[in-house]
Write a protein that binds this ligand. Sequence first.
Ligand SMILES: C[S@@+](CC[C@H](N)C(=O)[O-])C[C@H]1O[C@@H](n2cnc3c(N)ncnc32)[C@H](O)[C@@H]1O
Length: 353
Amino acid sequence: MPVWRYMELCLMHPRYGYYVSRDPLGREGDFTTAPEVSQMFGELLGLWTASVWKQMGSPQLLRLIELGPGRGTMMADALRALRVLPPLYQTLSVHMVEVNPVLRERQKTTLSGVRNIAWHDNIDDVPEGPCIILANEFFDVLPIHQMVKQKNGWHERVVDVEAGGKLVFAAAAEPTPRFDVLLPPLVRAAPVGAVFEWRPDAEMMKLAARVRDQDGAALIIDYGHLRSDAGDTFQAIARHTFTDPLKAPGQADVTAHVDFQALTRAAEDVGARVHGPVTQGEFLKRLGIDTRAAALMQKATPEVSTDIAAAQKRLTDPGRGGMGSMFKVLCVSEPRLTSIAALSDHLEEDEST
Ligand SMILES: C[S@@+](CC[C@H](N)C(=O)[O-])C[C@H]1O[C@@H](n2cnc3c(N)ncnc32)[C@H](O)[C@@H]1O
């Protein structure tokens, strides 16, 4: 089967899929995300939301939508920060788009005091109206196609079964006709053997069309690259360690890096405005993470202060082990919004990681 179908089944098979049966987050789980590293992350996204709401002309009813909200931690922290702005806090409605029943339950516990909240399987089910959409580590779990370059063209990469039942990567027998035509020049020039990954544009086009037509903005935070390029980033993580993605289907988180150039192109194609991307480190600094960390540390014990400093470093540090430059932040808005808080410029090609 094609890699995209394998990835889809690993994550979403109704019985054995990774995301239908468990809470994978946190120290006891398989991976830790930015909202789980520190409350500062969600709080700063709350402030960002308030700023964008004002730029939108302070609409009376705002839908705050989160895609793939994990344990609900980011939304809880964002809402706490938004309390300082009663005209927004008291009128907004919260929409959680989540497919995982275990995480849904977890989110319901985390957000038990929140009024005006609803859960949805798909963003299409969220009622119309001005909205701000937040998506942290959502796009990386959407299935990718992998293509392998051979002498006679690009072949879809597949997962095959060897005698004895072992899963292996292979290539479809025939090349995909005229696949080259769709490729950016950098990828077209890749050597034989190169792998190119792409995701259907449908999800981004849906978000972009919604903010274009109904007033709003969507913030996408994920790990990935600025320019579409060849490279195999299909990976599996279990118990905080990289593992073979073919080894235990449905038992490990399988993801692939996000191509921010492809997201930008898809959003612009439907007429939305794109802001950024900037690195996560830069984004959080512009939103004031240093000031927030200092304020939290003032009231904390020495042990807790050490933890706050470590979290601040992890979220912003561009070096190994840090999320500062590996993660990028991109906003897609209705065209009238000409500038967006903390995203007024974008990264240049040579800053890509
Ligand atoms: C990597 S986790 C990120 C969780 C959270 N955003 C965070 O930062 O902690 C991916 C999230 O997306 C959800 N998810 C995966 N595929 C989805 C889909 N097609 N539609 C909605 N949610 C999805 C998962 O259940 C999970 O909540």
